[in-house]
Design a protein. Structure first.
Ligand SMILES: [Zn+2]
Length: 370
């Protein structure tokens, strides 16, 4: 299995490269146990892979949902090359080792081991490894669009790295772009133009005072908001006519994204009252709803019993889970790897965690499908 994981890491699936190579590696691995899978590919390099392990059909299926893509390694130096999958000190290093090729390698291995032993299951296993989770969730949205063949699962498991915590809730997010518009002028006579950067400063001052009106949540407390990008201005001697900031807001379950956008528009209106040359617009760059599964539901309780967990947790990061809500099934995030290593240099996964994960996933499959 280690070699399988290493091959998956070596298949660079950052957004430029696409997911097809990794999907082919998974298809070949499943094929070793005679498991058919279907690669759904588009745009030359993008791909989902779906495997459907049929059973007697007396029980509802289990759906496992992974993502094939990884984020870029970034500018910082790595101790081991990010796509070499070097093993050292009981760890395998590489981009995606934790998020989430470790999860993919272990669920595929667990499914293979169940199939190889000839266990007669009473419910189907469906495995989806999807494209684009780190960017626009294109893979899971495509899967959901063509899901007419899929009956309601007993539960959905997302093998993202939780360090074996049973996660039943995550925050949502909305990325907003705010652009202020002005008028260019020669900077020796700035009074003839409208400086878009000055307008942005006025907006950011207001944003500092702004609080979203929302009840604190028992698991997370409050939402978070951070201005993370800014661009504007073309030349040292030209008054800028445009300035754009990117704002990442992490939201709570039930929090209304539309209302935040309306609040922004009200701030614009107020600033325009103060200064008629103020002009701004807001657009949504990306939005993911929050996810919350009832930790007391029977699926979660049985899941916890299967993996020996006494509690469930909530996390700050997002997943493809909200897109799966129309399936009507409880969703649990559970997998090997430390979440704090995700998207960072020197990402790794412990080989011992990989082995433990296979045992957990086998127990889960047998608990619900035997
Ligand atoms: Zn992930």
């Amino acid at each position: 299995m280690k070699e399988f994981l290493q091959k998956l890491i070596q298949a660079d699936t950052t957004s430029d490269k696409g997911e097809l190579a990794a999907a082919q590696i998974i298809a070949a691995e499943l094929g070793l146990s005679g498991i058919d899978s279907r690669i759904d590919s588009w745009g030359q390099t993008r791909a989902n892979i779906v495997a459907h392990i049929k059973s007697t059909g007396q029980k509802a299926p289990l759906l496992f949902v992974c993502h094939l893509d990884v984020v870029v390694p970034g500018e910082a130096a790595w101790s081991h090359p990010p796509f070499a999958a070097v093993e050292s000190d009981g760890k395998i290093y590489g981009r995606g080792s934790a998020d989430m090729k470790g999860g993919i390698a272990t669920i595929v291995t667990a499914i293979r081991q169940v199939v190889d032993t000839g266990t007669r299951l009473q419910g189907d296993i469906i495995l989806l490894c999807a494209a684009g989770e780190e960017t626009d969730s294109c893979g899971v949205r495509r899967f959901m669009h063509e899901r007419s063949w899929l009956s309601e699962p007993a539960g959905i498991i997302i093998p993202e790295p939780t360090d074996f915590a049973v996660v039943t809730a995550h925050r949502g997010m909305i990325w907003l772009k705010v652009t202020t518009k002005g008028k260019t002028a020669h900077s020796s006579a700035p009074e003839l133009g409208v400086n878009a950067i000055s307008s942005m400063r006025a907006f950011l001052d207001e944003l500092d005072k702004y609080k979203i009106d929302v009840q604190p949540h028992p698991l997370w407390g409050s939402y978070s908001m951070s201005v993370n990008t800014i661009s504007g201005g073309k030349a040292m001697n030209v008054v800028p006519d445009q300035c754009t900031v990117g704002i990442d807001i992490r939201t709570l379950p039930g929090q209304n994204h539309e209302r935040i956008i309306n609040d922004f528009k009200q701030i614009f209106a107020w600033l325009k009252q103060q200064n008629p040359t103020f002009n701004a617009e807001v657009s949504v760059d990306r939005a993911v709803e929050a996810m919350e599964t009832d930790p007391q539901c029977s699926f979660v309780r049985e899941f916890c019993a299967a993996v020996g967990a006494n509690e469930t947790k909530a996390v700050g990061f997002t997943t493809d889970a909200p897109h799966l809500r129309p399936l009507g099934a409880p969703i649990v995030i559970f997998g090997p790897g430390k979440p704090e290593l995700c998207h960072k240099p020197d990402e790794y996964i412990d080989v011992s965690d990989v082995e433990t994960a296979v045992e957990h996933y086998k127990k889960i499959i047998l608990k619900f499908l035997l």
